[in-house]
Design a protein around this ligand. Sequence first.
Ligand SMILES: C[S@@+](CC[C@H](N)C(=O)[O-])C[C@H]1O[C@@H](n2cnc3c(N)ncnc32)[C@H](O)[C@@H]1O
Length: 274
Amino acid sequence: MLSYRHAFHAGNHADVLKHAVLVFMLDYYNQKDKPYWFIDTHAGAGRYQLNTGFAAKNAEHETGIGRLQTRDDMPEMLRRYVALAREDAAFYPGSPLIAWKLSRPQGKLWLFELHPTDVSLLRDTFARGGRRVQIQQADGFAGLKALLPPSPRRALIFIDPPYEVKDDYRYVVTALKDALQRFATGTYAVWYPKLQRPEIRAMLENLKKLPCKDWLNVALDIHAPNPDGYGMHGSGLFILNPPWTLHAALRETLPWMVETLGGEGAGYELESGN
Ligand SMILES: C[S@@+](CC[C@H](N)C(=O)[O-])C[C@H]1O[C@@H](n2cnc3c(N)ncnc32)[C@H](O)[C@@H]1O
């Protein structure tokens, strides 16, 4: 089943959290003058037009990045993200394009995408990417397994499944268990939706038990869970081996995000451990 199209959701509250953290992590990786790989197991189309087509239909970006642009009191993490996301007025950048803009030219981007339309759009996005960008129409979990350990021994891995199938919650844990055995020191970021589903709680509990040095879990609820139990009320990122500076940056940023993006019952979670 491949009905999910990220274009409907580009620039929404979940993208704001996901991409602001991604920008922060790439900036952190760039502090060392050494190449690294960026591996995106679920890459999407790479970039999205917000004012036409799918993204204009529900206009989810208006209550996401749209709310940030009108403010001049943004915390630094968001200021940096908005500046990057707005570099090109015609397109909102997805995770592959953000990584392309920020990562080191000596490093490589490995992008996996299964949807035939989105992989073709992704190829258009990187038509001039050259050998630095490797795009495969393949399952990202299997692709990750084949790539680890990375030859530069530094890698940022972004795992952003649509969770259209419940199995994705299990696949994430299995993939990370295997990935840590192959490459224990990578930074692995997993996006997840906040839904009232037991699978999400189970996935987070299992991720916390994985043998890694540090983990960080951040979630932003934009409203209280719906009384009927349906619908997404927020999103989160679970990060293995996060930059050590990320916790403090998020502590500064999250209250502002709740106030700006949230409604009744909005809130955040920020926890870490090892
Ligand atoms: C949430 S979107 C990705 C958004 C992107 N990471 C970003 O932040 O811009 C998830 C994508 O995963 C793709 N997909 C679903 N299952 C996949 C799989 N097993 N392997 C690779 N891609 C998959 C979907 O077609 C969809 O485009």
